[in-house]
Design a protein around this ligand. Structure first.
Ligand SMILES: [Zn+2]
Length: 325
């Protein structure tokens, strides 16, 4: 494992605390058990208590009928040959580091192969994505889209069919306004929703907003024609025309622009180059962490819970995923 700061900051779990809590397979399995069965293990066959957790087989054995119940079945850890301790370290790094962790770095830190690290991180990303699937933004919501990834050429500010930017992907972004904050202060950003979309057409953007924003919310957008029917779709809507001189987009819609530029920085900084096909998983990871940036003491346990609640995905399923699903 890499040398990292072990000073406690902002209530975050330190590396020392991590090692003390999840330093061996027994501890990791017991943590999974606590989160899966908060009231204590109950045998699914007879309701009996556990004779104890057996780390070697990752099972609880029922004290009454001797049934062995896997603690990893139905989770992203199911049938893994990687020790739970390595998984926990990956989850710790993914939840605590603002920039996440690359497969290359993870492979180095815990001494596993690059493909294994790559698959682990994608399984965790799937758990992150599943967790955020049903959340809806509400209130005042800024929306916009932008191009991400690929070659930097062409005008292509917004992914609206500009020539010469075909290698980039379109990402739709919606960010809630919280507060008016303090008098004279600007609103602060609330929850955000990001999604890779095939284009910036009317139907595409309407579907994005229907999936991610509660009906009746007030959408703030620029004058792009794809947003023109939002009032018919059950939203309040204020469209403000962008003029380069007076009201540039980043002034009128600050939070979607900051969010998009942070997403680009995350993709470039941590992952250098992301295949278009997998971009949506990285966007889901970024979105997950962004929405939990203020929940620091719980980050690890929350992400563990997401991993426990998600069926695993195989390498075959991952590489077979269509580019735009
Ligand atoms: Zn039993």
């Amino acid at each position: 494992m890499a040398k990292r700061s072990t000073t406690k900051r902002d209530g975050m779990m330190t590396v020392q605390q991590f090692r003390a809590s999840f330093g061996n397979e027994q501890q990791c399995g017991e943590q999974l058990s606590r989160q899966r069965w908060p009231e204590g293990f109950k045998c699914p066959r007879c309701g009996g208590p556990s004779r104890g957790y057996m780390a070697v087989r990752q099972v609880h054995e029922c004290a009454l009928c001797a049934y062995q119940c896997s603690v990893t079945a139905g989770t992203i850890f199911h049938k893994t040959r990687t020790p739970l301790g390595s998984w926990f370290w990956a989850i710790y790094r993914m939840s605590h580091d603002k920039k996440g962790i690359s497969a290359m770095q993870l492979a180095k830190e815990i001494g596993i192969s690059y493909p294994t690290a790559w698959l682990m991180l994608h399984k965790i990303r799937k758990a992150m994505s599943d967790r955020d699937q049903h959340y809806r933004l509400s209130g005042l919501v800024e929306v916009d889209e932008g191009y991400v990834g690929g070659e930097e050429h062409g005008e292509g500010r917004r992914g609206r069919g500009t020539r010469g930017v075909r290698t980039k992907s379109v990402v739709a972004v919606a960010v809630e306004h919280r507060g008016p904050g303090k008098p004279g202060k600007k609103p602060v950003p609330g929850f955000a929703a990001l999604e890779v979309i095939p284009d910036a057409a009317t139907e595409t953007l309407e579907k994005f907003l229907a999936d991610k924003v509660k009906p009746g919310s007030h959408i703030l957008s620029d004058g792009w024609h794809s947003y023109r029917r939002l009032k018919q779709k059950g939203f309040e809507h204020t469209a403000t025309a962008i003029s380069r001189q007076n009201d540039p987009a980043h002034v009128l819609f600050p939070w979607v622009h900051i969010t998009l530029s942070n997403l680009k920085r995350f993709l470039l900084g941590t992952h250098h180059k992301v295949e278009q096909k997998h971009l949506k998983h990285y966007v889901a990871e970024f979105n997950y962490r962004l929405n939990r940036r203020t929940m620091e003491p719980d980050l690890m346990v929350r992400l563990l819970r997401a991993c426990i609640c998600t069926q695993t995905i195989t390498y075959k399923q991952l590489v077979a995923m269509p580019e735009q699903a």
